[in-house]
Design a protein around this ligand. Sequence first.
Ligand code: HEC
Ligand code: HEC
Length: 292
Amino acid sequence: MKEFKILAVLVVLVGVLYYGIEPYAHSVMHPEVAPANFNFDDLKNVDTSIKGNGANGKVLVEANCIACHAIEKVGHLQLMPNADAAAAYGVTPPDLSHAGRIYDKNFLANFIFDPVSALHLEHKYPVGGAKTFPMPAYNWMSQQDIMDIVVYLQSIAPKVLDDKVGHAITFKAACGRCHSMKYGTLEATTPADALKTYMGVTPPDLSQHIKSRGEHYLHSFINNPQVLIKGTAMPRVGLTEKAQEEVIAYMEEIGDSKKEERETVGLWVMGYMVVFALLAYLWKRQIWKKVH
Ligand code: HEC
Ligand code: HEC
């Protein structure tokens, strides 16, 4: 009887804890966030069903983009050292070799049309405000021209392997102008003091963010930072789901390289517990046999 009373008290205590704190934790401490949206269908300035012409895209890219951006894959090298480029533009413009592979088509087209709205940075660069975004909007181009550029960038993007080397390339192309990954010996291409001036805050080194934030948080945050941190200086990056998975895989390979090993050891430990519990039970039965 006594045991039942103890059990009842326990059930009540656990019940209060569960119903009182669980919903609080989920509504206040970890509120639900909208799931990641990889269609970027809030951006509607460019009709991406228009069929692009890569040859014309090449001409347009050479006339409009390579003054700032390197495209090493097709031989356009960076014109200035990183520090000078950062001094000129605030941040070093990324090499566009992988742009057609890592960015979603709809995002990329709308980004070229109007970078500020695609990045969700209207609060930082309001129309008519004192600061202007370093990359000009190409909203004077026809939708056809923009799709030509997108198709050209897609046609030159090299394939990368789905391994640590490939994941590092994707991370570097997408995040490497702002974030270092010291444990992976990757240094942000923009010098730290320039970044502080450009962004208002220094983007953190991401070596350990896979542990401190976790994969699920990163999945939503990278897709749309404003949803999780209102007013954050981090822009929306516009990656495809595949490229984003590669970035997170890289963060895991660098920041939590023992994860797989830990999980297999966990299974062995659970197996050991089961065997041990069975032995303990048989032993107890053996000892108490004489008493009963
Ligand atoms: C005056 C310099 C300049 C020109 C010209 C320019 N860009 Fe940029 N671009 C930048 C800078 C600077 C950034 C990085 C901005 C940032 O991270 O805040 C950038 C970023 C980008 C990105 C990364 C977007 C993302 O989501 O991270 C792409 C893609 C891009 N530019 C494509 C182009 C294309 C295509 C053209 C030509 C049609 C072009 N740029 C012309 C300066 C320029
Ligand atoms: C144009 C610069 C820029 C680019 C590109 C960029 N970030 Fe950031 N990121 C920032 C800044 C600035 C912050 C700090 C934001 C703040 O404190 O509000 C930040 C913060 C973060 C954080 C910390 C969020 C938190 O919860 O504290 C993570 C994680 C992150 N970025 C991941 C990425 C990944 C992954 C990529 C590439 C896919 C990327 N970022 C691309 C500028 C950038």
